[in-house]
Design a protein around this ligand. Sequence first.
Ligand code: HEM
Length: 477
Amino acid sequence: MTDHTTLSAAECGAPEEQVDVPAPLLPGAWPLLGHAPALLRDPLALLVRAGRAAPLTRVRLGPAAAYVVTGPDLVHQVLVTDAAGYDKGFQFDVLRRLIGDGVGTSRGAKHRRNKRMLRPAFDRTASRGHAVDMTPQIEHFLGAQWDPASAPRGHAAPDGARTVDAAVDMRVLSMRLITRSMSGSEFAADEVMRALPGLLSGIGRRALLPIRALDLVPTPGNRRFDHSLRRVHAVADDMVARERARAARQGSPGSAGLLAALLAAVDEEGAGMTDAQAHDEIMTLLLAGTETTAGVLAWCLHVLARDSELQQRLRLEIAEVTGGKRLEPADLRGLELAERVVKEVLRLYPPGWLVGRRAVQETRLGATRIPAGSQVLVNFYALQRDPGAFPDPDAFDPDRWKSMDMAAAGPYYLPFGSGPRVCLGESYGMAEIFCTLCAILAGYRIEPVPGTVVRPVARTTLHPDTVPLRVTRISGP
Ligand code: HEM
């Protein structure tokens, strides 16, 4: 594995506070612009270069500097041991203003309270239950979007195959599922579907270029964004009001849904959520829980479409585990090959490919002094492609996980992050991914559309630009 040791103060024979080994500036900076052109042109290549250069490197983005952290010890220091010394940085200042102070955007004591309250609704058992409840919705969606029988005239090939873009469909499906599983209502799902895409793309731009004056100019784009934001806020209010009314009618909890579980949560003093907090948590979950799972699903379908043998092995595994019946929560434990496939997709294409932090006061990373206010970028993308930890790191090889020494590889594999800000929705997201893959593979054969090229888009999440597939209905493995 790459040598990630850094010079300690004792090794230098100097008192701890005087040692400062500056992080090397990554070669290739342009005058004035620094590494910004490279970051915009090919961010993933820049991250791999930074990761191979040193465990901690410096990049310049115009006049501002940022530290890129790829060494697993230093990643652990930022995310876990020294987590209290960092906040999530300016992008989250922007997000907080737009979507409120939920678990993803709040800080300090408020964040700890929010997370403790939300955790039970997202534990593994609850998540598997919520996800498996979605299977009818997934099948309904596929029936409408993928079934040749429901294709508009001329949209199915003579052999019965239909062409779909799985990148688009997985985004739509995952928005629909999270909204349905929170609200239980089709109305909310439709409203969110109309407003969320505009909101997500506008948030991406605002987080990247947080210039308030740009947002206040009444351009058509800004007006659309403001409208989408108002609509999603209104749906979140509506969801809370409906769930409260249902709970009042039926006794608490009002239903077995995710939102009912959130509204039933209490803090250590036994206090529940206010409507305002529930609103902010809904906004957070709608944002955090759609593009992430959608991207992973789209990448899974991309790799499976290109490997018909692996696809068939998975189909057989699913048939064996479910006995041809509808998936039960307990079945998820038996999907051993599916788990390796998803694990490998998460290694190669982590939705959280680059995660930002800001040093709240002067601190140190290894032997390097980090000034207060510095931006620190955790390079998950290159960490998970470390050639020492993962031989032939760019190859998609689900079987590598059969013999993996997890004690050695664990620090190099963090698709859900680590420490106090670790993903809240891991179990829920994974269960949703498995349920969707099961429904797709049990009902459809998927193939790539010849001649198409799939490219990664590294923005708020890492997702494929498009995944054109030919899908054919099948009735058994
Ligand atoms: C496979 C899918 C997913 C992946 C790979 C993923 C990954 C991540 C990562 C890497 C973080 C940490 C970010 C950081 O350290 O700044 C995170 C945070 C978070 N995720 Fe996920 N996520 C996924 C799905 C979901 C889902 C489905 C939900 C909710 C329904 C969710 C809710 C959250 C929340 C609320 C946070 C913020 C936690 C905090 O700040 O304490 N995620 N996720």
